[in-house]
Design a protein. Sequence first.
Length: 434
Amino acid sequence: MENQQPQLKKTLGPLMLWGLGVGYVISGMYFGWNLGLEKGGTLGLAIATGFIIVMYLTFTFSYTELACAIPKAGGAFDYALRALGKNWGFLGGMAQNIEFIFAPPAIAFAIGAYLNLFIPTVPIIAIAIVAYLIFTGLNIYGVQAAASFELVITVLAVLVLLIFAGATIPSFEWTNLEKNALPNGIEGAFAALPFAIWFFLAIEGVANVAEETINPQRNILIGFGSAILTLVVLCLLTFVSSIGVSGWETIVYTEAGAEASDSPLPLALKHIYGEGHWLYTLVTSIGLFGLIASFHGIILAAGRATFEFGRVGYAPKILGKIHPKFRTPSNALIFNTIVGIIALFTGKTGEIITIACFGALTLYIVSMVSILKLRKKEPDLDRPFKVPYFPVTPIIALVIASIAFVAITVYNPFLAVIYFGILAVSYVWFRWTQ
């Protein structure tokens, strides 16, 4: 009977996968990361980001082995289920759903804030909800259309970051990186971890379109590898060029005593050129594409993760249905949108980001345990790509992710209670229905 059900449509090649991988993440270059400067200063966030870059490089290539060997829409859920059994599979899958469902509301709020600068009569929350409806509809329509759109806006978003770097580097001074570089001591580096993770959060979503990829065993490696390398370069370039303008406080606060801003790049350009300059207008307006790329892309990945959870019965079966005409996971996409819109009304961007990071780090930990277990459990499994320097590479990712998880739990105890509460309630439902 399973074979008679509609199947996800295979249309994606390596260029589309690169576009999705970079697109999922690129909004992290435009907003959110600078909130870590308030916690740790330039040096504190730099230390956190350095460790996180190592984690993502080692994690991504380890995760690629899993994605090539088990090319299924559930990503971490499918890997953990096969390697570690139902309970770990549930944990990995639920963590993945929390990450992918909670990241878009933070980005939607930023989209609303950006557009509100141009149409101040329209409330931020209204813009965010409209964005959800538009891009959920596009994802329901078809993965080829969704991925093609994602590729175009991702390329535009990358070009804007390069223009930003070109506009700010002439004003770069090394001494600006040293201003109040570690205001809260080494503890600030730990507190900044969620915002360092935000630079790269959701790159693993490439694995969730494996069932819709042509020759996934080859193309996922190309897409994953090129995407993470692109993102590391953009992260370092954006970090240095923006802070180097006038110190970290310039891209965090609009004025002394103000709340932390979600718009670091416009603040850097405003300091150099003023609000009326064409470069300020360009980055502020076209920079919106960076937010849209991640928002749209994570909605796409989230739909696949929730769909797989429903398809195997770990969530209500209705979420595992494919639209008979468009062959997309329409029910899962609609459910995720409803949850995301509810989260929007909290208005807490930083807190939503942190909850998404809890989910991401849990996913990374479970996935690295899965790859270690699968190498022993199924040594003959066809692995078109094997991570270099096994087992050192996944162990490095596992250790850093575990330390980061403990750190953000210590510095965000209330949000940790919310995260563990969501896991506990959903696990009770899972055990009750199995």
